[in-house]
Design a binder for this molecule. Sequence first.
Ligand code: OOG
Ligand code: NI
Length: 454
Amino acid sequence: MYKQEVPLYADLIEIVNEVDNKVILDRSAHLNGASSSLAETPCELPPRHRVERHGAIRLGTSYELNTIRRLFTIFGMYPVGYYDLTVVGFPLHATAFRPVETAALDKHPFRVFTTLLRQDLLSEEIRDLVGNILRRRKLFTDRLLEIIEAVESNHVLTAAETNDLLSEALKIFKWHSSATVTIDEYNRLKAEHPIVADIASFPSAHINHLTPRTLDIDLVQTTMVQRGIPSKERIEGPPPRNCEILLRQTSFKALEERVRFYSDQEKTLVDGSHTARFGEIEQRGAAVTRKGRELYDKLLSEAYRQAQNNPNGFEGAIRSSFQNYPDNWLQLQSEGLIFVRYKLTSRGRQKSGHIDDSHKLSSSVSGLMRDRLLTFDPITYEDFLPVSAAGIFTSNLKKDTRETAMRQGKPDRNGFERDLGISVADEFMLYEKMERNSLEECRISLGLETLTRD
Ligand code: OOG
Ligand code: NI
């Protein structure tokens, strides 16, 4: 549906596939050395990579948020994290619906960044207008609500009901080129904040972007520019590194779309336009611990402060401030900056067959790593970054990131969770649990009483 609505999305997927295939070929060439054939040990992508993407929707009322939560639960997607977008000048807060268990993430890590309008932060006049418009909006069909209720009372869906679930749910996310408001109302909403007009003027909660994950976002960015796709100037997130952390994102500009509005008398239709949807690409790296996140936030603010003094502007400043973020996996792990999944080396797996020897083994992670029995993979960051999100929002609203970034926030996590109907999961605790589980598996395989992270 989205590909049909936004044909540039198809081009983007093509570019990402080309770039990723090239990266994989380069990696396997590198691994095998120049002389051996590429076919010997092709570097493989984990299967989830080919289907991996995130979408974003923007909702207007607590009823809409609550119902979306009930719907996404059916798909195994749960709210993770609270994002206060007032820190970057938007009357919004958000969560990300996504799978939380390792097995589910490995299969399909689809996420939907879901924002809710903060009606409490609008001017009184606009709050009334928005309230009136959204009270009449019906995002969810009766059939969809019926199916959600059935599943909630433990009904197992038939094939036909499942088809209905999908086709009815899709209607929520579809783009409509007819607004539900008059052109005058649209302009008033837009004058309050462009995002308010986007949320309140349409009958659906259109997907405003769908973002594939790539292995090399810098290469995608240059390829987009070469093909004349109007991409955003800079990539959000950490600067280029050897050891990727968190999330890097870039987007191409919103489309200007023709929209029909009611004329002021609500009798005839008039033509207008709206910029809503855009393309985005992301590259994901390791999830960082709270300590790693503090360092990230600190270096990012430092870059914002230094940008004016750096001859290469913000890009120069961020490259220079991130010199202080360790860039080798072992150091990142040993300093407790990233979350990792521990696993036995092949030597460790041999030992695991001889549990009698276990009393001779070290009972600390660093000891086992020194003895080459234990190793790790970084855990992928599955979440988002509010400052990057601001860069994405603003790039499409023609304001500058630097201007709007990092102001005093006005979070309302309790209000958000009340509207949602449940509390959001803490992403740090989810990563922490993955790491702990992996360590526990290693401990059991090695027949150790205890295994401590030093
Ligand atoms: C959501 C922006 C946030 C991201 O990738 O950081 C986001 C929106 O534009 O509604 O999707
Ligand atoms: Ni996004």
